[in-house]
Design a protein around this ligand. Structure first.
Ligand code: SF4
Length: 361
């Protein structure tokens, strides 16, 4: 009988979609390099040897959160020594000139008014019109809707009017009721996350998607998660990227060790093969490590994320990577993978192509 890689190669040749069983067999396969070759072939057909990055800034306005998800090392409660709350001026001070994207996510603050969030976006756009704002996960959008008694569409409409360009993909974790009940029982599950992203797409707000892996989830749950994202994308076409995020063990210890490099590369490669309708697969260097992220560019990924500036969420869980990167380092990591660095904005418009040491527009 033909190997799973041969069968998948045949399907790719016939332009046939991979199914659940194919993906599960790929996770079980020991031929990592063969899997990488197939995923790289699909990535090459779409992007050639280009790999994207962005000059961006992450801002986490507060770590005070009304919830206490079991996998989260970032959130805390008011009054604790590590709690912080940024004023609007402190948020604005973090938007340096030169960045193209600001990525804003944070804790679900018990007291901040709706005007704080709307004003934040308005003020960033007023001071930095060139910056695109990717802000607030579906979990935060749901929180705003409940707390401020506004329908989801109205929350999104008001944020868009204030300057929101895109939603990040966080808060999806793993679309499994079993995992949700065990790790984040008070947070939204798959149906609501998908509904909120659909609403954003209907309003012309593109979004990203994530998968948090390497804790208590199974390969079946990972694959089912990806298939739900593929269905969403078939319906709306609004997803820009898929970002597998390795769970950082930190102080929560849901697993003894972080997912292996092999699991990282398999999640990227299978993401590329299964999510045939999602344009970008991101190797997030913060969780994966810089070198594995660079290798992932030859396993189906076409994006490394960005310079970030100040990463707090994964570093609250003791991530071993730096809290920021320089443009030069990202270019080097991309060139190490024999790819051509392409600087992008939050919406994946091309800003610069760096070919043979020269910048080309
Ligand atoms: S994962 Fe998000 S919602 Fe859950 S405790 Fe952490 S910050 Fe709060």
């Amino acid at each position: 009988m033909a190997s799973i890689l041969d069968r998948v190669a045949d399907k790719l040749q016939r332009k046939e979609r991979l199914g659940r069983e194919d993906a599960l067999e790929l996770f079980a396969s020991s031929d990592l390099l063969g899997l990488g070759r197939l995923a790289n072939q699909v990535r090459q057909e779409r992007w050639g040897n280009r790999a994207h990055f962005v000059i961006n800034r992450q801002i986490n306005p507060t770590n005070v959160c009304v919830l206490s998800c079991k996998f989260c090392d970032f959130a805390t409660k008011r009054g604790r020594p590590n709690a912080y709350e940024m004023s609007l001026e402190e948020v604005l001070a973090r938007c340096d000139s030169g960045i193209r994207e600001v990525h804003i996510v944070g804790g679900l603050h018990p007291d901040w008014p709706w005007s704080y969030y709307v004003e934040m976006l308005r003020a960033i756009k007023a001071r930095h019109p060139q910056v695109q704002i990717k802000a607030f996960t579906a979990v935060e959008i749901e929180f705003f809707s409940k707390k401020f008694r506004l329908p989801i569409e109205e929350v999104l409409r008001q944020l868009k009017a204030a300057g929101l360009d895109a939603l990040p993909g966080g808060g999806a974790e793993v679309f499994s009721e079993r995992v949700r009940k065990a790790l984040f029982p008070f947070k939204i599950g798959a149906p609501r996350w998908l509904e909120i992203h659909k609403a954003a797409h209907r309003l012309g707000i593109p979004t990203n998607s994530t998968l948090l892996y390497g804790h208590i989830e199974t390969h079946e749950e990972r694959v089912d998660h990806m298939l739900k994202l593929r269905e969403l994308q078939d319906e709306t076409g609004g997803l820009m990227s898929f970002i597998p995020l390795a769970y950082p063990v930190g102080g929560t210890h849901l697993d003894e060790r972080q997912a292996s490099a092999i699991e990282d590369l398999k999640s990227i490669a299978i993401g590329r093969l299964l999510l045939d309708n999602v344009p970008h697969i991101k190797a997030y260097w913060v969780t994966m490590g810089e070198e594995i992220a660079s290798i992932a560019l030859t396993f189906g990924a076409d994006d490394l994320d960005g310079t970030i500036g100040e990463e707090r969420i994964m570093h609250a869980a003791d991530a071993a990577t730096p809290i920021s990167q320089t443009r030069e380092r990202l270019i080097q990591l991309i060139r190490d993978a024999r790819c051509v660095p392409v600087e992008r904005d939050a919406l994946y418009n091309v800003i610069e192509v760096y070919e043979n040491g020269h910048r080309l527009s």
